[in-house]
Design a protein around this ligand. Structure first.
Ligand code: PEP
Ligand code: MN
Length: 337
């Protein structure tokens, strides 16, 4: 249910109603909107609860939440959410750009890349230290050493860091070195990981599983939101279909579709979404045209010699050109990029 407070409701009234919700055995999420404050009351609903809440001080009305996902829904919060994590801003008219290599390979690589993508307009640095690889014999990432290199890149450039966390027990360590915890496509439905990430102070980039529906993606986000972490970005990174000409199939209709259902910002990954360097610039531009709130793009100083995903990485020049192209479209749409 959503407890919609009156326009002039006081802080005391809001606190009182949040407490009433908890007393009924439901979880309360206070959402302060531009127009008014609402309290999402989540849990098993009983008939008497609605009347009990509707008669409370400062309450305008109590309405059911129709969507299966609750805190993520536009019913609860009509205004778009902007996620802010260090230098990165994503959503509500601002397009954030996260760029960097698939994997952190060495300190010189990550620091040089950080400087170059920042100069081209990126607002965050990506780089995997814990890598989920299909084969156990592939490069698995530099783990803690890689995280330390990301920290040094942040110190040098001021760029926010986005890096993947694969296991619940690694969350505290990764959180020490990053601004955004990336939950990878393979872990989208690792519910224990989602719960732990939901308790973190770091923002989260939740990638869509290649076989997950949009509803499953939103319900996965709901785990994180329900844990109390409101800084969640959803990422469309391509799904698996019968089509084999690209690594995954990148459905850009996801962007406006999600914007209809949720206030959470959407980030598109044209690198994993296509799996081919030459397709990335156009699909990045198309994502901006479709209304994306952010992009995550793999950039490597020497893609041919990358330790992972070189075939879909841009070099510096290609990234600069992609940024120019995307910025033109963002300008037409009246967005900041
Ligand atoms: C990545 O970002 O390098 C990555 C492994 O992405 P995904 O989880 O989308 O495959
Ligand atoms: Mn990759």
């Amino acid at each position: 249910m959503i407890v919609v407070m009156q326009k002039g409701a006081t802080r005391d009234q809001v606190d009182h109603m949040a407490q009433r919700v908890e007393e009924l055995g439901l979880k309360s999420h206070v959402i302060i909107g531009a127009e008014r404050t609402v309290i999402a009351a989540i849990g098993e609903k009983r008939d008497y609860m609605r009347d009990a809440l509707e008669s409370g001080p400062g309450v305008e009305r109590v309405v059911p939440i129709l969507a299966p996902f609750k805190v993520a829904s536009r019913e609860v919060k009509p205004e778009p959410t902007q996620v802010v994590a260090g230098s990165l801003r994503v959503g509500a008219g601002t397009i954030g750009v996260i760029a960097g290599p698939c994997s952190v390979e060495n300190e010189a690589q990550i620091i040089e890349t950080a400087h170059r993508v920042k100069a081209a307009g990126a607002t965050a640095l990506r780089g995997g230290a814990f890598k989920p690889r299909t084969s156990p014999y592939s490069f698995q990432g530099l783990k803690e050493k890689g995280l330390e290199m990301l920290s040094r890149a942040r110190e040098e450039t001021g760029l926010a860091i986005v890096t993947e966390v694969m296991a619940p027990e690694d969350v505290p360590l990764v959180a020490q070195h990053t601004d955004v915890l990336q939950v990878g496509a393979r872990n989208m439905q690792n519910y224990r990981l989602l719960e732990v990430v939901g308790q973190s102070k770091c923002a989260v980039l939740l990638k869509r599983g290649p076989a997950a529906t949009i509803e499953e993606l939103l319900l996965a986000a709901e785990y994180i939101l329900d844990g109390g972490n409101k800084n969640v970005m959803l990422c469309e990174r391509g799904i698996r279909t019968f089509e084999a000409h690209t690594r995954f199939t990148l459905p850009l209709a996801t962007v406006p579709y999600l914007h209809n259902l949720t206030h959470l910002p959407i980030v598109v990954d044209p690198s994993h979404g296509t799996g081919h360097t030459y397709l990335v610039p156009d699909m990045a531009a198309a994502a901006v045209a479709a209304g994306t709130d952010g992009l995550i793009i793999e950039v490597h100083p020497d893609p041919e010699h990358a330790m992972s995903d070189g075939y879909q990485s841009l070099d510096y020049r290609q990234f600069e050109e992609t940024m120019e192209k995307c910025r033109k479209i963002a300008n037409v749409l009246g967005k900041t990029m």
